[in-house]
Design a binder for this molecule. Structure first.
Ligand code: PLP
Ligand code: THR
Length: 349
């Protein structure tokens, strides 16, 4: 009954098979081999335009290098207070960019409020060296609290960023989950809306260790390559990341995995809503479920072997959480089975 994180799930057998298949023979190293070229071409097909792709080891690396590539001296990146780049990357974006600062912009359900974003950017008037200067805007899709920006919500954020001449980064650690939740195309959810740089995550959705930075303006690849190498993210045997993505994209496995994970989250959510000792803090849009449980219910689930996290209530969340209650996070994945959910609730009798 593992619901702590989709990071706990293993690799999908088809991705594992693709990796094994790539083990034999020789192929040029450092991103210049046949696998690399094939997978870069596949990314361009998926996004319906030529893109530059750089494999990295973690989502933190993808986020940090994306932001480093648009950094300026005294630069400020605008993101939600709960953004992973601000809360869970130990200063890597700031460090790898040579000192970018992250400025939090409030908004409900894990998504920045465009009006507040416009206001925040205005706090940094041109030439006011003391405060620094705007450098980029970053959104997370799907968000850290399992919500998904609608296309209109992305447009509203992009409009503000464009009005101020700022590039847009998307943290897509759970990109596939958001994509299938919206039912749109990868292009519609990214560059056609004005997204410039994408952290594309495969690890949580069935890969062993496969993350990538996707540049929708391939002319930026030359400069990005130096950020990538300096951060020690240029894999010598990059074919083994490429091979994972090849298996991941084959027969739309990535979309099937994400649809399954999201469906399991919906199932989990409906089960919580049927419990007298639980209620949903907010509806899940993707594969993360946030119920408020009676503490003794949470304790019983853990005592029976369920793995999930207690979660700090976001400050935009106004719903009451009683003294005898706790907000929790349950994450589903491609590997979650109906039986896992039945077992979770079975132990409550
Ligand atoms: C929203 C989000 N972004 C990025 C990441 C990347 O993190 P990591 O560096 O652990 O791969 C995670 C990890 O779970 C995440 O939840
Ligand atoms: C750091 C932790 O939050 C991780 N990103 C997860 O979602 O499980």
């Amino acid at each position: 009954m593992f619901f702590a994180s989709d990071n706990w799930a293993g690799a999908h057998p088809d991705v594992a098979a693709a990796l094994s298949e790539a083990a034999g023979g020789f192929d040029p190293a450092y991103g210049s081999g046949a696998w690399d070229k094939r997978v870069t071409a596949r990314f361009s097909e998926i996004f319906e335009r030529e893109v530059a792709v750089f494999f990295v080891s973690t989502g933190t690396a993808a986020n940090s290098l994306s932001l480093a590539s648009v950094a300026k001296v005294g630069g400020v990146v605008f993101c939600h207070p709960e953004a992973h780049i601000r809360e869970d990357e130990c200063g890597a974006p700031e460090f790898l960019s040579g000192g970018l600062r992250l400025h939090a912009v409030e908004g409900a359900r894990g998504k920045m409020d465009p009006a507040l974003l416009h206001e925040a950017i205005g706090l940094f008037p041109p030439g006011f060296v003391h405060g620094g200067r705007p450098a980029a805007v970053s959104i997370t899709q799907a968000s850290e609290i399992g919500t998904v920006h609608s296309l209109a919500e992305i447009d509203a954020i992009v409009d503000v960023a464009r009005a101020h001449g700022l590039p847009l980064h998307m943290d897509g650690a759970r990109f596939a989950n958001a994509l299938v939740a919206l039912g749109c195309t990868p292009a519609e959810m990214t560059w056609r809306r004005g997204i410039d740089l994408l952290s594309f995550g495969g690890t949580k959705n069935g890969c062993w260790c496969a993350e990538a930075v996707v540049l929708f303006d391939p002319s930026r690849a030359g400069e990005f390559a130096f950020h990538h190498k300096r951060a020690a993210q240029l894999f010598s045997k990059s074919r083994f990341v490429a091979a994972q993505f090849e298996g991941y994209f084959a027969d739309d496995l990535w979309l099937h995995n994400a649809r399954h994970a999201n469906a399991m989250a919906q199932r989990l959510a409906s089960m919580f809503e049927g419990l007298p000792t639980a209620r949903l803090a907010w509806e899940p849009d993707a594969n993360e479920v946030f119920p408020i449980l009676k503490k003794n219910t949470a304790d019983r689930l853990k005592a029976n072997g369920a793995a999930f996290y207690d979660w700090r209530a976001p400050h935009w969340y106004e719903g009451p959480i009683g003294e005898d209650e706790v907000l929790c996070r349950f994450v589903t994945s491609f590997a979650t089975r109906e039986g896992d959910i039945a077992a979770l609730f079975g132990c409550l009798g």
